[in-house]
Design a protein around this ligand. Sequence first.
Ligand SMILES: C[S@@+](CC[C@H](N)C(=O)[O-])C[C@H]1O[C@@H](n2cnc3c(N)ncnc32)[C@H](O)[C@@H]1O
Length: 257
Amino acid sequence: MTDLPTFVPASAPVTFVGAGPGAAAHLTLGAFRALQDADVVIHDRLVGDEVMALIPAHVRRIDVGKEGFGPSTTQSTINATLVAQALTGARVVRLKGGDCGIFGRLDEEMDALEAAGIAFRILPGLTSGTVAAAAIGQSLTKRGRNGSLRIVTGHDMEGFAEQDWRGMARTGEVAAIYMGKKSSRFIQGRLMMHGASPETPVTIVENVSRPDQRVMAATLATLPEAVAQLDGPAVLLYGLSPRRARAALTELKEASA
Ligand SMILES: C[S@@+](CC[C@H](N)C(=O)[O-])C[C@H]1O[C@@H](n2cnc3c(N)ncnc32)[C@H](O)[C@@H]1O
């Protein structure tokens, strides 16, 4: 057996930190400590205001936010900034929304640091999908319903992302769909083409764990119209309906019996 390196040592020049989806309550204690010990924080647009407010005033902040499909800092500029800051000897925190290892372009940045011979550690965060499920009172896996969970993206570098639609269309499947706003009609079409019921619940959670969080209960049939009402980032919880809506439905059925 060989001793492999660990990327969760007590300290390293660069710390990748998952900020969680918004609320300070979703920041881990390790992430909080890393922010207190930092000299520089290089952060994304999706980091919540409550978390940003926890960065001490003397810490330098560098915003490398990407505006969805709009203007953005290129990945190569972000990589170069990260390396340049670390080479000054500063303690650098690279702060990303949610979990830095989920649709966070973490690999590109780790590769850049490795190429420059700079050590790093990773402090994962709560991803928006799990916090969204908690917000609607649902579990992402459930005995007898789904023994696996899909975390999928609506688009990738090629455009709308292809997924295992046939598998996802099976009854009882659950998926947390990220970046699914622009591709909602494509996702709907693909899933229905593979036999998913138009009545499959899809719950949209916008601005997860922020003061303006909004939950919309939709179905596969109504998904594109529901998504058209969104302004902020949103996770689509495919196969899950809000717990309260389910309870209300039961009450309704009982009342009409
Ligand atoms: C580039 S991905 C980053 C995901 C992030 N690393 C995570 O673990 O949540 C951006 C997408 O994540 C989702 N997302 C991130 N933060 C969110 C939030 N606070 N509320 C709702 N969706 C969010 C949205 O689907 C958004 O388009």
